[in-house]
Design a protein around this ligand. Structure first.
Ligand code: AMP
Length: 282
């Protein structure tokens, strides 16, 4: 497994893979790996000749009050995990080279970013699309893999790739969960033992909604009210949003028809957790 830090070196390496006719899979990450990250890597490995990942805690996608400084980082632990997942190249750029002092170019997807996390995390998706576009330009992958746990991020990246004609297949990968259902996240490490118990309310809310829909409930507001009152009953929780929306446009839905996205963002202690499911109406 090769470790590359400089942008020019990464570009040269990717160009050499391309010249050899190799198909490149790419998994962008912020590190502090768990099985969710590793599942993306394993899928990428199966779909391409070369698997490249990046580890970069991207400062411009964090708001001023967010956890950029405290975001967990542990390269010593991550690198052997990446190696065991079959990664060929780990790209670990320096923030100073990614955003030099005169940096002034940003990429914005204007509509699907206006809902869900885009409301409380202003500027977040602008930071995400800017770094992902830069990484795509450096690595030039044929396919890139993203987790559906960050469903809105997946939709935003798909939109960017489609609008700007990137010749890259974007592959959404299922959410990997702890045995009790909590979605794996690097931020779960912030939870105390008591908060960890409360954090399960996100997954349980998804299951509650699925049950309500199965029993015939189609009114989005009624489902949301039940979830909100359930989450509020759990200690250490503060709801950011509970939304039922169109899975493509992310616009709110009043009534469920065909497929609807249920998306949640809940602060549990100092961890901001998100989760989602597609509610299917048969
Ligand atoms: P992050 O390091 O949090 O930026 O995540 C890197 C990639 O891993 C993103 O595409 C995430 O959506 C994905 N990811 C994070 N958590 C999970 C999970 N529990 N299951 C599947 N994918 C995940």
């Amino acid at each position: 497994m090769e470790i590359v830090q400089r942008i020019k070196e990464m570009q040269a390496l990717s160009n050499s893979f391309k010249k050899e006719g190799k198909k490149i899979a790419f998994v962008p990450t912020m590190g502090y790996f768990h099985k969710g990250h590793l599942s993306l890597m394993q899928r990428g490995k199966n779909l391409a000749d070369v698997l490249i990942i990046s580890i970069f805690v991207n400062p411009i996608q964090f708001g001023p009050q967010e956890d950029f400084k405290n975001y967990p980082r542990d390269l010593k632990r991550d690198l052997p995990l990446a190696q065991s997942a079959g990664v060929d190249v780990v790209f670990i750029p320096e923030a100073e080279e990614v955003y030099p002092p005169n940096y002034q170019s940003y990429l914005e997807v204007t509509q699907v970013t206006q809902h869900l996390c885009g409301i409380s995390r202003s500027g977040h998706f602008r930071g995400v699309t800017t770094i992902v576009a830069k990484l795509f330009n450096i690595i030039k992958p044929d396919i890139a893999l993203f987790g559906l746990k960050d469903y809105q991020q997946y939709v935003v990246i798909k939109c960017m790739v489609n609008d700007l004609n990137y010749d890259i297949d974007i592959i959404g990968c299922p959410t990997i969960r702890e045995p009790d259902g909590l979605a794996m996240s690097s931020r779960n490490t912030y939870l105390t033992i008591e908060q960890r118990k409360s954090a399960l309310c996100l997954y349980k809310s998804l299951k509650l909604a699925e049950k309500l829909v199965k029993n015939g409930q189609r009114d989005a507001k009624a489902i949301i009210e039940k979830i909100v009152s359930y989450i509020k009953s759990r200690p250490y929780t503060q709801i950011d949003y509970v939304k039922i929306c169109n899975p493509e446009t992310l616009k709110d839905l009043d009534y469920l028809k065909d497929k609807a996205l249920l998306a949640l963002a809940v602060n549990v202690g100092r961890a901001r957790l998100i989760d989602n499911t597609i509610l299917e109406v048969c």
